[in-house]
Ligand binder design. Structure first.
Ligand code: NI
Length: 153
């Protein structure tokens, strides 16, 4: 078990585009394991590799239905819209409402290199979009429609 440091906003790495994973080797598998441990330790619902300082297109998510590991994910379908409040482990204490699709389908590789698809609605759809944005150097606060004081809600 290894907890990695979470990079905070202000670090340039969060603005960079992550690279495709061409080979799922030991380093990639170790990264996935560490990202899982780091996600659970932090209490978040999603974590993208650039948030632990690695510019690879890798994401881990758990919205309460078990761990999802995504390698080279891309959104292949989306529809509808929702306006939920988001936060980010890299921007502590900041919350805001963001427009996202109500439903997305993501295609990705699992840790065996097999191509899979997963549909997400509600929080999972938000999470897919938020974490995939990280892989393109986009932070959620750039998209916020209305910042929210979570303490008061
Ligand atoms: Ni985030």
């Amino acid at each position: 078990m290894a907890i990695r440091n979470i990079v905070k906003k202000g670090d340039d790495i969060l603005k960079k585009r992550s690279k495709e994973v061409n080979e799922i080797n030991e380093r990639v598998l170790d990264l996935l394991d560490d990202m899982r441990d780091t996600l659970y330790e932090s209490g978040g619902v999603g974590l993208a590799a650039p948030q632990v300082g690695v510019l690879k297109r890798i994401v881990v998510i758990d919205v309460g239905d078990g761990l999802i590991e995504l390698i080279n994910p891309r959104i292949i379908e989306q529809e509808g819209e929702q306006f939920d409040v988001e936060g980010c482990l890299s921007i502590p204490g900041v919350y805001g409402r963001v427009k996202r699709p109500a439903r997305v389908v993501v295609e990705y590789q699992n840790r065996k290199g097999e191509i899979e698809r997963k549909e997400g609605t509600g929080l999972l759809a938000v999470c897919f979009c938020h974490e995939l944005d990280h892989l393109d150097g986009i932070l959620f606060d750039e998209k916020v429609i209305e910042f929210v004081d979570v303490e008061k809600e």
